[in-house]
Design a protein around this ligand. Structure first.
Ligand SMILES: NC(=O)c1ccc[n+]([C@@H]2O[C@H](COP(=O)([O-])OP(=O)(O)OC[C@H]3O[C@@H](n4cnc5c(N)ncnc54)[C@H](O)[C@@H]3O)[C@@H](O)[C@H]2O)c1
Length: 189
């Protein structure tokens, strides 16, 4: 298979989105290492238990990888106190990109969010400045989760300038796994 011998580290691979991403890369023939603080419900690749807030652990976890897909995060506002969300998400993204750059990894994908625009978790509600919204729309978060995603994108820009690593920051919308589809019935036309 074309991808045999290529290794992808997926952080947050025990999570909702990550478990699908791990499965996809395994199906494509990649060697996959899931890096998370917890085991997945259904293991399809090896899992290394790592706290990505620790740079040493992050270096160890990424060593030997050809690419990294960084999905690990506290995935929305309000789950834990705001500063804990900010610290976890900002430091884990920094450490993943610091380690990837230091190890000479050439490609990374990181999970940003539509929440970086600030509309989703706004304390003082506001709407888009124009629609359809695009990448040029200002990011105006009022919450630490949205801010952590803006900082993540800026961190990616910085490491690209420093090491040349290619980083794609995906501003993901709401992720719905198939088992939740019935919660979102189609409206009658
Ligand atoms: N779920 C959504 O609708 C949505 C929307 C936009 C963006 N995102 C982003 O997509 C990514 C995945 O979201 P999800 O919904 O699958 O979240 P999830 O909580 O299901 O999975 C995240 C995983 O990251 C792990 N993790 C968190 N902090 C860690 C750390 N310091 N070290 C190691 N592992 C850590 C958790 O244990 C968990 O398994 C996140 O970055 C999230 O911000 C999600």
């Amino acid at each position: 298979m074309a991808n045999q011998g290529k290794k992808v580290v997926v952080t947050g691979g025990s999570g909702m989105l990550g478990s699908w991403v791990v499965k996809h890369f395994v199906e494509q023939g990649y060697e996959v290492l899931n890096v998370d603080t917890r085991q997945p419900e259904e293991p399809v690749s090896p899992t290394l238990i790592v706290n990505l807030e620790d740079l040493g652990q992050t270096y160890g976890a990424l060593a030997g990888a050809d690419a990294v897909v960084h999905l690990a995060a506290i995935p929305r506002a309000g789950m834990v106190p705001p500063e804990a969300t900010f610290r976890n998400n900002v430091m884990s993204t920094y450490n993943v990109l610091e380690a990837a750059s230091g190890l000479g990894i050439k490609k990374a994908v990181i999970a940003s969010s539509e929440s970086s625009y600030g509309i989703c978790f706004a304390v003082h509600p506001f709407g888009p400045q124009y629609v359809p919204m695009d990448e040029a729309h200002p990011q105006l978060p009022q919450d630490s989760y949205g801010l952590s995603k803006v900082v993540g994108e800026l961190t990616a820009d910085m490491f690209h300038r420093r090491s040349g690593i290619q980083v794609v920051s995906l501003r993901l919308g709401n992720v719905i796994p198939p088992e939740w589809y019935e919660r979102f019935p189609l409206l009658d036309a």
